[in-house]
Write a protein that binds this ligand. Structure first.
Ligand code: FAD
Length: 543
């Protein structure tokens, strides 16, 4: 198997041969984690990043002079504690600032539901809406945590490449037996029952208040393209809990300096172990010889070889852009073409002269809005927000996740001023009508108007505003179709089916080519688990 660039064609191009053991394509957090582990194990590692900065979807950018924003991802509680320790991230500048409450959910009638880390305190809050729900909440969280504990074990094991189960897979899966035995097999039976459920059905079994259900359900659909009545959305709630250090269903906590400080600490850690990182270096091609990846070619024509190549970018780019699909099994090509991306989120960043007054927060506003302010007042609101997306239309009553990180980190804005970042759902990447230039203004107004319903003085606080459309998420941040996790985490795209059936163990049909991004098991979020798991598999191959 040979790729687009033959040896002969390469003559004349600048070549760097045998200087590196491993090339990592993409300096998102997973690429950096992989580089860190491999360099720590003594390998010569080169990371190549297309953008002018490292971090991928976890970056800090200054959109207005003096105002710094986590451009896309903002909640930091998913980062694996093992990765933090193994790569000494605190020594390299990582500081995670806790946020409590987790969620402040204002209601149109001026009331609010607040979800705190403390389960009893939250139950007391829920009692405002339903005594029965208040009584059910602690048990719900207990069950959620039990299910998630099982999932957390699975997250850290490469799933077997079904149907070809090897002995090594069986040994790995033994790690799964003890926690399952501790919990009891009835829990496993329950997990199998609830995972495929729509989150709406699951919450209907537990709660009666539409407010309580809406507030919890929103967390379950925050990183996927679907609405709460879609099959498998319950899974997302358990996944969030399984990767989150707060053991709850919503990512929380912020990185001091914004998410870019997290990926900077990863880059510094990797460099401290000897890895090299080159930004402004776009990979055009994975160079192959006889079915083996032998290096990469940059868009400027430079060739760099290595014993192994690791793609930290999504599957579509890796296999349909870097490699001529002609050289791949057509069944695999078909699988990759069929990966569902279909992003439905936008981001809006505001520079604020002062804090808006959320009516429902009253005098406690500073504390109540210091976590996530969630505009998804009820389950029906959430479902209606999703409905238009099915037809390529945007939601006119969107679900918003609002963060004001300057409430926990004043270094992000000039003194006395604030940054506000909003994740907006649902705005489909595949628009039925209109264009993205026009949509930029539409999204800006829509979000401003929606926030103003809950904070009437909002517009007067706004100094400036930047809209990141789903198309920008693809064009600028290199996430195809604006999907936040390199392919939706639907039930047919997780575990041994992530990224595609037969290749769940970070290996690929091309020898010496590995994967480590959110496209791999266990999926998306700034967890670093994909990078950690994949480096283990790569090290086996490098021996
Ligand atoms: C709007 C939004 C909000 C989110 N919120 C959260 C949140 O609050 N908490 C959370 O945990 N997760 C969140 N996520 C999800 C999370 O950000 C991602 O799942 C995660 O960052 C993916 O990391 P990664 O390293 O796998 O890939 P990426 O971060 O996508 O990194 C891939 C890298 O490869 C580079 N690249 C691409 N093509 C090339 C090329 N040809 N040559 C060289 N380099 C290339 C890219 O520029 C990028 O740097 C959010 C995502 C989005 C979009």
């Amino acid at each position: 198997m040979e790729n687009k660039t033959s040896e002969r064609e390469l003559s004349g191009a600048k070549e760097l041969r045998n200087k590196y053991d491993v090339i990592v394509i993409g300096a998102g957090h997973n690429g950096l984690v992989t580089a860190g582990y491999l360099a720590k194990a003594g390998h010569r590692v080169l990371v190549l990043e297309k953008r002018e900065m490292v971090g991928g979807a976890a970056v800090t950018e200054e959109f207005f002079p003096g105002y710094k924003y986590s451009s896309l991802a903002s909640g930091a509680s998913a980062l694996s504690p093992a990765v933090i320790t193994d790569l000494n991230l605190h020594q390299h500048g990582l500081e995670i600032l806790p946020t409590d409450p987790l969620i402040f959910s204002p209601q149109p009638d001026g009331s609010h539901l607040t979800i705190w880390h403390d389960v009893t305190r939250t139950a007391d809050e829920i009692a405002k809406y339903s005594q029965a729900d208040a009584a059910a909440y602690p048990q719900f969280i207990k069950v959620l945590r039990s299910y998630s504990q099982i999932m957390a074990v699975l997250n850290n094991i490469p799933p077997p490449d079904l149907p070809d189960v090897r002995w090594g897979d069986m040994i790995s899966l033994l790690k799964f037996v003890k926690p399952v035995r501790n919990l009891g097999w009835e829990y496993v039976a329950q997990v199998i029952r609830v995972l495929p459920m729509p989150i709406s059905d699951l919450l209907n079994e537990w709660f009666e208040s539409n407010v309580v259900k809406g507030t919890i359900a929103a967390s379950s659909v925050s990183n996927i393209s679907w609405g709460p009545q879609e099959t498998g959305t319950a899974f997302a709630l358990f996944y969030n809990c399984s990767v989150s250090s707060n053991n709850l269903f919503k990512f929380s906590g912020r990185v001091k300096g914004g998410m870019g400080a997290l990926t900077k600490s990863l880059a510094n850690a990797a460099k401290s172990f000897g890895a090299e990182i080159m930004t402004n270096s776009e990979v055009a091609e994975i160079v192959m010889e006889s079915g083996h990846a032998i290096g990469i070619k940059l868009t400027n024509g430079d060739l760099i070889t290595a014993a192994a190549v690791v793609s930290a970018v999504d599957m579509r780019t890796t296999f349909l852009k870097f490699i001529d699909p002609y050289f791949l099994d057509q069944k695999i090509v078909k699988h990759i073409q069929n990966i569902k991306y279909r992003g439905t989120m936008a981001r809006v960043h505001y520079a604020l002269d002062e804090l808006p007054s959320f009516t429902a927060a009253g005098a406690d506003v500073q504390q109540l809005i210091s976590g996530t302010v969630q505009i998804a007042p009820t389950m029906s609101y959430l479902q209606k927000a999703y409905d238009p997306v099915k037809y390529g239309r945007y939601s006119k009553r969107p679900y918003l996740d609002i963060q004001i990180p300057t409430l926990t980190d004043s270094t992000l804005a000039p003194e006395g001023k604030h940054c506000m970042s909003v994740t907006v759902k649902y705005i489909p990447f595949h628009l039925h009508e209109g264009d993205w230039d026009e949509m930029r203004g539409v999204i800006r107004q829509l979000v401003t108007d929606t926030i103003s319903e809950y904070a009437p003085d909002f517009e007067s606080c706004v100094q400036d505003c930047k809209v990141i459309t789903p198309l920008d998420i693809e064009d600028v941040y290199n996430l195809p179709e604006g999907n936040p996790v390199h392919g939706d985490m639907t039930l047919d795209q997780i575990l041994w089916m992530r990224p595609i059936p037969g290749y769940a163990q970070y290996r690929t049909p091309v020898h010496n080519l590995y994967l480590c991004s959110a496209a791999t098991h266990p999926g998306g979020g700034v967890t670093g688990i994909n990078g950690k798991n994949s480096s283990r598999e790569i090290l086996k191959g490098l021996k």
